[in-house]
Design a protein around this ligand. Structure first.
Ligand SMILES: Nc1ncnc2c1ncn2[C@@H]1O[C@H](COP(=O)(O)OP(=O)(O)OP(=O)(O)O)[C@@H](O)[C@H]1O
Ligand SMILES: [Mg+2]
Length: 329
């Protein structure tokens, strides 16, 4: 449904987007994640035809955004970083205007408007001027204008920015409901939002894709070795030493201790599940078992490890080889 091939955008000497490629399948929600200045907004602007790329190709709903911009735009709803509102129009006037320019047939406009205003929960501000709305309401009207012509593809640049917690949850639910019928790319800085809403994630840093995968695979794949957390009541016994002798265990670190309970972080060889042996040791030693669980890297850890890595910048060939290692697709 969306295909981006070797997209590059340069602003003078700044390369904002550098050889970015990815695909989004029909009905999928793709999360676009990256630190400030990573190139998210630039990529979205190119995809929505607001700006030409320096190089590369983008196909949206079967149309090349450079060669067939009108067909591509007709099938795209775009919520820019700053909602594109006319401050002197009321919300209803503005949405009627957008519906008209986006080609919603006049007989259907009224009903469509009502439906979208209910869905985005702006029916109570229909007659207020856009310019006088609070930030959260402006964001909701921005979402409404992106949805008004029922586009196949939705490109949402930080759709939950500026919303209150209740509205964030409602907007996420709305986005999830829209997937299936719509193909969605959304950018965000909120990491839990990605695991809650998106099937796949593109992480970009300094204009380059550093990882593309499902949130689960990203957190599992970058874990390195397997780590378990075990908490026992071993009352005085040197549990750490015994745990270290379990076959497959490579390292035991005491992580916390209180009221006679001790927590350990236990590393094991990759691919080796030591849980049964750990449990057996606990039982045969007569310790009390309080907790045993795998420790996963959080998406936050993954994000930081991929975007703050100090990559040395020697010869271009060596740099290319280094980058090849971190790209997971
Ligand atoms: N019109 C412009 N002229 C020059 N440089 C620009 C322009 N727009 C963006 N840039 C630069 O391109 C890079 C990418 O910016 P972009 O806005 O795409 O980042 P972003 O990932 O959306 O960041 P944020 O999370 O802060 O929204 C930045 O270095 C930015 O300074
Ligand atoms: Mg941005």
């Amino acid at each position: 449904m969306i295909e981006v091939q070797h997209l590059t955008k340069r602003y003078g000497r700044v390369t904002a987007v550098d050889d970015v490629s990815f695909r989004v399948e029909r009905g999928e929600i793709l999360g676009f994640l990256g630190p400030n200045g990573a190139g998210k907004t630039t990529t979205m602007r190119i995809l929505t035809g607001y700006m030409p790329a320096t190089d590369g190709k983008a196909i949206v709903a079967g149309f090349d955004v450079f060669d067939q911009p009108i067909d591509a735009k007709r099938r795209t709803g775009y919520l820019p970083e700053t909602p594109p509102l006319y401050p002197d129009m009321s919300v209803v006037e503005y949405l009627q205007f957008v519906a008209k320019i986006k080609g919603v047939p006049s007989g259907e406009r009224r009903q469509r408007l009502q439906q979208i205003m209910e869905r985005t929960r702006i029916d109570d501000v229909g007659h207020r001027l856009c310019g006088k709305l609070s930030k959260g309401y402006k964001q909701r009207v921005g979402l409404a204008q992106a949805l008004i012509h029922n586009p196949d593809v939705l490109i949402l640049d930080e759709p939950t920015a500026g919303l209150d917690p209740k509205q964030i949850i409602e907007t996420r639910e709305l986005i999830k409901k829209l997937a299936g019928d719509h193909t969605i790319i959304l950018s965000t800085h909120i990491l839990p939002e990605v695991s809650q809403t998106c099937q796949r994630v593109v992480i970009i840093n300094k204009g380059r894709v550093v990882a593309i995968d499902t949130p689960d695979n990203l957190t599992a794949r970058l874990r390195g070795s397997e780590t378990m957390y075990l908490q026992v009541d071993a009352s005085g016994a040197d549990a750490g030493a015994s745990l270290g002798r379990v076959p497959g265990v490579t390292r035991v670190v005491e992580s916390d201790r209180r009221d006679g309970m001790t927590g350990y972080e236990i590393d094991s060889e990759r691919g080796r599940d030591v849980r049964r042996d750990l449990a057996r040791l606990v039982v045969t030693s007569g310790w009390g078992l309080l907790e045993l669980r795998p420790m996963r890297m959080s998406l936050e850890d993954v994000f930081l490890s991929l975007t703050t890595e100090e990559v040395p910048t020697p010869a271009p060939e060596a740099a290319a080889a280094l980058e090849g290692e971190v790209v997971h697709e």
